[in-house]
Design a protein around this ligand. Structure first.
Ligand code: HEM
Length: 123
């Protein structure tokens, strides 16, 4: 999926594992920023909607792929918090990541629908 996307950009652009690593960083930064911004619901939602929407430009992207981050994210939190990872903390993060992913999917679906609508309007 990444190589197909890069093919679209330019033939000269080199694809290697570095691209995937860079994306992993973007994923974690987006998750980090969204959790920090949870106290401002408007910003939280619009930021995640926008990230979800950017994935509509990726050929054959299925928004259900966003769920793939759920378990690795929880594992990362567990490893980071170690003995501070109580049952209470675990259930809070479980709800949080679920909400984030649902919001990403929402953003993707809305952008996809907007694209479909503007396509219909033109024809
Ligand atoms: C929680 C899950 C994810 C988050 C938070 C996330 C976040 C991001 C962000 C912030 C960007 C940069 C957008 C831009 O610069 O306009 C991006 C780009 C991209 N994402 Fe994701 N993403 C997620 C899941 C996925 C998955 C599952 C795939 C593919 C299987 C994917 C494929 C891509 C590709 C191909 C790009 C463009 C290349 C790049 O910028 O590295 N993403 N993503």
């Amino acid at each position: 999926m990444f190589s197909r996307f890069l093919d679209l950009k330019s033939k000269e652009e080199r694809f290697d594992m570095e691209e995937l690593g860079k994306h992993a960083e973007k994923v974690m930064t987006a998750l980090d920023e969204s959790i920090r911004g949870l106290d401002n619901m408007d910003d939280f939602l619009s930021c995640l909607h926008q990230v979800g929407a950017t994935h509509t430009k990726i050929p054959d992207f299925n928004p259900q792929y966003f769920w793939k981050i759920e378990q690795p994210f929880l594992e990362a939190v567990k490893r980071t918090l170690e003995d501070r990872y109580s049952e209470n903390v675990e259930s809070t993060y479980k709800v949080t990541i679920k909400f984030i992913i649902e919001t990403l999917i929402d953003g993707f679906d809305k952008a996809q629908n907007d694209k479909a609508q503007s396509g219909t309007a033109k024809s």
